[in-house]
Structures are given as C-alpha cells and as structure tokens.
Design a protein around this ligand. Structure first.
Ligand code: OAD
Length: 248
C-alpha cells in the first residue's frame, strides 16, 4: 500500500480532525517561511529587529514598514492547492478545524470554514494605546494612530507575547479530543503551538506529519510521516478520499 493510501485510510477512519499548519503551507503561494529556504524571514538581523515588541519599537519606522510589506504580499498572494485541499477536506469529514500559526489569511480565502489563528493575522494594524484597528491597505505611511497618536503595530503575536487565551484553549481542546491531527508545513518548534501534536498523540489520536524535511519533528507510536510538498500531498489525499471506489 502506498504512503498516500495508508494516509487516506487514516483520514477516512477519523471523525474529528485538526489540521495544524505552518508557513510551509503557504510556501507554494510564494510567501517565505520563517526558517527554511533562501528568503527565510527570520534572518538573525530580522529576528532582532522585528520578532519581539522591544525590537519592533526600537527599529521604527523600518519595522512597521517590514510588516506592512508582508501584509501587502500576503494580500496579493493566492491560496495554493494545499489551502484548497484543506478546505475541501472539511466537506468530506464529520468535523474539521484548522489551527494555523500562519498570519497570511490564506486558509480563509481558500474557504476553510473553521479556523483558529493562533498567531494573529496581517489583515490589520492596531494601535498599542487605544486598540483602534486599520486595514493595512489603508494604513498611514507613518506608524502613528490617527485616533490617539499612539504607535501602530501589527495584529500578530510577537515573541515574548501571550497568544490569545481563547484561541489557545480552543486549539488545545480540539487537539485533545480529535482522532487525527495533520501537521502540515510547520517545523513544530515554537511553543506553545508545538504542544498540539503531542497533546493529540498523548490523548490517543494519530498524528500525520506532512513536510519536506523531518528534522526535529516529533516521533512516537502514532506519529506518521509523509514526505512531500503540501501542494502535492494534500490534493492527492483529497482525491483518494473523494473517490468512493478508491480501495483504501
Ligand atoms: P518554519 O519556517 O519554522 O517552518 C516551515 C516548515 O515548512 C519547515 O518544516 C519546512 O520544512 C516546511 N516546508 C517548507 N516548504 C514546504 C512545502 N512546500 N510543503 C510542506 N512543508 C514545507 O515556519 P512555522 O513552523 O510556521 O511565529 O513557524 C512557526 C512560528 O515561528 C511562526 O508562526 C512564527 C515563527 O516565529 C511568530 O512569529 C509568533
């Protein structure tokens, strides 16, 4: 049996699925990942300037402009076959939630109905004083809030900041109660998101890891590793599931 067929049988047997995604899912939309590839976002210099609130504040306005350009690039990008397949998968199984570390909004644009954005999003900037939000497409050239003069910052979770408690709790509950967690295109390095596959596994679920590189990925009795690009593997999986005559 091929790896894809084994995987399809795992998915077919599952009532409740969490699809847990990272930047690798959007790589085929032309967006850089954080730690892989030539244009990785977290070069040492970028990490120091843009990854945490202190760096952001002390490197204004370059830090603001960096996030603005990322937001505009995300808005210009198109969902790729992996995003589309994940949205289609939601229609083929009983219960599916997408838990994403991505901030590009591409799962929603592909039509996934239930998405938890653990690390926020690049749709808006927000004032760190009055919390007013402005779409990046309308954001001013200077990082200054039009309402109160406070500092504009991206609506993403930076390092050293807490994730939204409600989103994290919902993601933990979904992971702890699913039959199958599919981890796609994430290095599974960043806490607390990296707990989710382990939480699912330890609660008895199968965990399928789809990636082009398995360095540092969790292993264990019910961890299954499927090598390949998300945009190739996931549409094939959906094709196998959608074919009633497919022998799994
Ligand atoms: P990373 O850049 O750490 O990892 C991207 C993963 O995608 C790697 O494991 C690659 O091997 C894999 N990959 C690349 N192209 C792929 C493809 N076409 N198909 C399948 N896999 C592919 O990105 P994340 O894991 O998303 O957080 O990073 C997690 C968090 O760290 C981010 O949300 C961000 C970052 O710091 C914050 O900024 C708070």
């Amino acid at each position: 049996m091929s790896a894809q067929l084994i995987t399809a049988s795992l998915v077919q047997g599952a009532q409740s699925i969490v699809v847990f995604t990272g930047a690798g899912v959007s790589a085929e939309s032309g967006l850089p990942t954080y730690r892989s590839g030539e244009n990785a976002l977290w070069s040492a210099a970028n990490f120091e300037r843009f990854a945490n609130p202190r760096g952001y504040r002390s490197h204004l306005p370059a830090s603001y402009e960096w996030y603005r350009q990322r937001a505009l690039a995300a808005a210009a990008a198109q969902p790729n076959p992996a995003h589309v397949a994940i949205a289609q998968l939601a229609m083929l199984v009983h219960n599916l939630v997408v838990v994403t570390q991505n901030v590009d909004g591409l799962h929603a644009r592909a039509g996934s109905p239930d998405i938890i954005e653990l690390h926020g999003h690049l749709r808006t900037a927000r004032c760190d004083r009055c919390e007013a939000r402005v779409a990046w497409s309308d954001a001013p050239d200077e990082p200054v809030c039009h309402h109160c003069g406070g500092m504009l910052r991206p609506d993403v979770v930076m390092f050293e900041e807490n994730l939204a408690e409600e989103a994290l709790e919902r993601a933990r509950t979904a992971a702890a109660s699913c039959d199958l967690l599919i981890s796609v295109g994430t290095s599974n390095l960043i806490w607390p998101a990296r707990e989710l596959p382990i939480l699912a596994h330890d609660a008895g679920a199968n965990v399928l890891i789809v990636n082009t590189d398995f360095a540092g990925q969790p292993t264990g009795a019910r961890f299954h590793h499927l090598s390949g690009r998300a945009g190739d593997v996931l549409p094939e999986l959906v094709r196998l599931l959608a074919q009633p005559e497919a022998k799994l």
